[in-house]
Ligand binder design. Structure first.
Ligand SMILES: Nc1nc2c(c(=O)[nH]1)N[C@H]1C(S)=C(S)[C@@H](COP(=O)(O)OP(=O)(O)OC[C@H]3O[C@@H](n4cnc5c(N)ncnc54)[C@H](O)[C@@H]3O)O[C@H]1N2
Ligand code: MOO
Length: 600
């Protein structure tokens, strides 16, 4: 079952709202309150400043002396001293020509109306009490910080829900408040696992270390969530249920987040448990990574299930779970999205919004987004420095320099170096490439054949096409043989750069007919920017010389970005007809496509 990602995001927020509702308020000492959210309005108890005080170390003077002159220095008023304790009868009582040595922050004596900074006096330093000092003329009120000029009493400083930061803690402390009423953080338990997870730090054959629990814990730390328990499960659904039961009994979490175990495999314990609940939904949403998703209410505890590939867990947390927690509880950070210029061409995939990890940074005052690593959801290490996810709408074609939406990580680092030149994306080692493409021109062959992929018969079309392309001097890896229903996923990986840079030429063979499994034309058709129907007409004319069956191919050709694509039939004859026609054409097409590029 498929759901749109927007509807799923809203559904998650509703689920949290319905099951958890309003979180209780708790009281915390100010020193611990940073990162939590106010549970009530923060209102000033006192004006700030709470008394008139001096902004400078200097001499305070009375109204009659504003015109300047020579004055006799009285006793000091240091910060923290009540002036009447020094000037028992007021400053004027001490003498009408008094200059009061007063320090920054000290309370202003009653008769003082202005401060002259000590540097403006002559001599430009504090002199002994009883000595004389020459002061310039000043206006009333100079360097006097008036009571309440920062904030009056009874004023709202920060409304309920505000995230508490150091400035708010300091402001409250300056009001004498030592405690905060904060909204409790959602109490979350994390369960990851599967039989492939190994504990400790010694590698074991066929096992992997748990990356996803630390991933969620890391996100919790930067997003103000409270993790109350973690658990691991095996591939046995009873074991998983026991872990869930035990965590609920011992920790009463508000929410359980699980990672893994929800896709189509035989050991998907989370899926198996959720499917027993009538409150659950398990399916896939139109995004990648993070396609498989699920939720349900177990007893009264909501479970949100994200997919197990580490990048999928990360993307699901950032695009779905954390925004839902923000929307419902204002916990963590409000998601922030910006527009940046992408530095390389990107192509969206069919029917899904793709999220790619990226570094967003300033270059010459412009915000540049640079994709990090390839798209595969197992490629965790390739994008360690990323500070955003860029959003690529389905089948979008975004050219270098065009705007792209970037969802910033809450702890975004802006010091990353970005390369603004088109294509300046750092290279990474592609996962599926079989041969480095060093020659000037490159090609790829994909054979779409469910039976060949299953090994029912050996594929001849692929080697034949590759051999021909080699003879034309196109660096071409071994043909990829995929089942018809996998072609779509293969194309997703191809445009996401997982096979390395897109080739100049892409030839497919198979899946162009009208049998129920044939879908090459539908899949490839969505990616073409320009159709070249006459190319396939030429292939047809070549084919019907030999057999009328040639007319049964629905094959198409065209340009995808800067790649020429042709979909040939699966039959040996069809491939030969295609080669006969394309042999004359592909160099010209590739040159034209490249020339087109030079005009920009
Ligand atoms: N036939 C299909 N297979 C898969 C589909 C599909 O639609 N049809 N979807 C793929 C996608 S997309 C994803 S994402 C994954 C999601 O799988 P699960 O959520 O069931 O996760 P697992 O199968 O348990 O694990 C997937 C992958 O991630 C590794 N993993 C799991 N947990 C951890 C962990 N804690 N730390 C590190 N790595 C972990 C696990 O070893 C697997 O490699 O399904 C695809 N398959
Ligand atoms: O959702 Mo999976 O994350 O596409 O790789």
């Amino acid at each position: 079952m498929t759901m749109s990602s927007e509807i799923y995001a809203t559904t998650l927020a509703r689920l949290l709202d319905d099951t958890i509702g309003v979180l209780p308020a708790v009281t915390l000492p100010a020193s611990e309150a940073v990162g939590w959210r106010l549970a009530s309005d923060l209102v000033t108890q006192h004006p700030s400043p709470s008394f008139d005080n001096s902004q400078m170390d200097g001499y305070g003077i009375g109204y009659a002396n504003l015109a300047g002159g020579r004055f006799r220095v009285g006793p000091d008023v240091p910060a923290g001293t009540e002036p009447t304790e020094v000037y028992h009868y007021g400053v004027n009582g001490y003498g009408h020509d008094t200059a009061v040595p007063i320090m920054t922050g000290a309370k202003i004596p009653d008769d003082v109306v202005a401060i002259v900074p000590v540097e403006e006096a002559d001599p430009a330093k504090f002199v002994e009490m009883g000595d004389y000092v020459q002061l310039p003329p000043v206006e009333v009120g100079r360097f006097i910080r008036k009571t309440g000029c920062d904030m009056k009493a009874g004023v709202l400083v920060a409304p309920e829900g505000t995230g508490i930061d150091a400035a708010l803690v300091a402001t409250a402390a300056s009001q004498g408040m030592t405690q905060f009423h904060v909204r409790a953080r959602p109490r979350i338990a994390v369960i990851a696992g599967g039989d492939e997870i190994v504990e400790g730090n010694r590698p074991v054959a066929a096992k992997v270390f748990d990356a996803n629990t630390p991933l969620v814990l890391g996100l919790a730390r930067t997003h103000g969530l409270q993790i109350v328990a973690t658990g691991t499960t095996t591939d046995d659904v009873n074991d998983f249920r026991n872990v869930v039961d035990q965590i609920i009994r011992d920790h009463k979490p508000d929410l359980i987040i699980t990672s893994g175990g929800i896709s189509e495999g035989k050991y998907e314990v989370v899926r198996q448990l959720l499917q027993r609940l009538d409150t659950a939904w398990v399916g896939s949403i139109e995004q990648q990574p993070g396609g498989p998703q699920g939720y349900g209410i177990y007893g009264s505890t909501p479970i949100v299930a994200v997919p197990g590939n580490p990048v999928s867990t990360m993307v699901s947390m950032r695009t779905l779970v954390l925004p839902a927690l923000w929307q419902t509880f204002k916990s963590g950070y409000q998601p922030v999205s910006i527009q940046a210029r992408i530095n390389g061409a990107v192509t969206g995939i069919r029917g899904k919004t793709q999220y790619r990890r990226a570094v967003v940074g300033f270059h010459d005052g412009q915000l540049i987004a640079q994709i990090q690593g390839a798209a595969g959801s197992h490629l965790l290490a390739q994008a360690v420095g990323a500070n955003a996810l860029v959003e690529i709408p389905p089948l979008a074609r975004i050219q270098p320099g065009e705007a792209i939406t970037a969802h910033l990580f809450a702890d975004t680092r802006w010091d990353a170096k970005v390369d603004p030149t088109p294509g300046g994306t750092p290279s990474q080692s592609p996962c599926y490439e079989t041969e480095r493409r060093s020659a000037e021109k490159s090609a790829m062959v994909i054979v779409a054949s469910t039976r060949a992929a299953a090994g029912v018969y050996s594929d001849d079309a692929g080697p034949h096409l590759v051999e021909w392309l080699h003879s034309k001097n196109y660096a071409t890896p071994q043909a990829l043989v995929v089942a018809d229903h996998d072609l779509e996923a293969t194309m997703e990986r191809l445009v996401a750069g997982e096979y390395g840079p897109l080739p100049d030429v892409l030839i497919t063979s198979g899946g162009t007919g009208v049998s129920p499994t044939d879908q090459t034309v539908e899949v490839i058709g969505e990616y073409l920017d320009q159709d070249m129907p006459n190319v396939m007409t030429s292939v047809l004319l070549e084919g019907i010389k030999n057999t009328p069956h040639a007319a049964l191919s629905r094959g198409i050709a065209g340009i995808m970005g800067e790649t020429f694509v042709a979909t040939l039939p699966g039959s040996t004859g069809g491939v030969a007809d295609g080669i006969a026609v394309l042999d004359e054409l592909i160099d010209h097409i590739v040159d034209q496509v490249r020339g087109k590029d030079h005009k920009h």
